[in-house]
Design a protein. Structure first.
Length: 175
């Protein structure tokens, strides 16, 4: 007896034939992306939304949560764990070493952006939220805020974009 979710070749043929008919019938609904892509896209959106919900929280050096405040890597670690169940640890520099570099032109919501703000490489990290903007725990005066990548200060200190959500990033441990 077949498991209820196992399809026979005939059932697969009917399913694929029906899909082809829908595609040829001029249906206005675009084809769905592969599941792996939609999971990454949904996780990226969830990460961006949670990051945006934390705007105006306090900056605290070493801070890792909304009750105490955040530093830049603490904000990233908190958001990734809460929104995607991905455990990130360490400083901005250690996150940068393990995440996969991407072309800044390919940034999507949830990607990480890195800057040299303290005179050494990858000293600051933020979460890209789309439309050229990123959320980060900036400093004790301004706290968690959103800035544009093309802002003169951040553009001059930009060091790269990196992706954690894609396969093989090697950075994350689940939950």
């Amino acid at each position: 007896m077949h498991h209820p979710t196992t399809l026979s070749r005939r059932q697969w043929g009917r399913l694929l034939g029906g899909t082809a008919l829908l595609a040829l019938s001029g249906c206005a609904t675009p084809p769905r992306p592969p599941l792996r892509d939609s999971i990454s896209s949904q996780a990226g959106s969830d990460i961006a939304m949670l990051a945006l919900s934390l705007l105006d929280r306090s900056y605290v050096s070493g801070g890792r949560g909304p009750a105490t405040g955040f530093d830049c890597s603490g904000l990233v670690a908190h958001v990734y764990l809460e929104a995607a169940g991905i455990r990130l640890q360490g400083s901005a520099a250690s996150m940068a070493k393990l995440a996969r570099p991407i072309d800044p032109a390919d940034l999507v919501a949830g990607d990480l952006v890195f800057f040299n703000t303290l005179g050494y490489s990858f000293s600051h990290v933020g979460i890209y939220v789309g439309d050229g903007r990123f959320v980060h725990a900036s400093n004790p005066r301004t706290g968690v805020r959103s800035d544009r990548l093309d802002n003169r200060y951040y553009a001059a200190r930009f060091e790269g974009a990196k992706r954690v959500l894609a396969q093989g990033a090697g950075l994350a441990g689940r939950g």
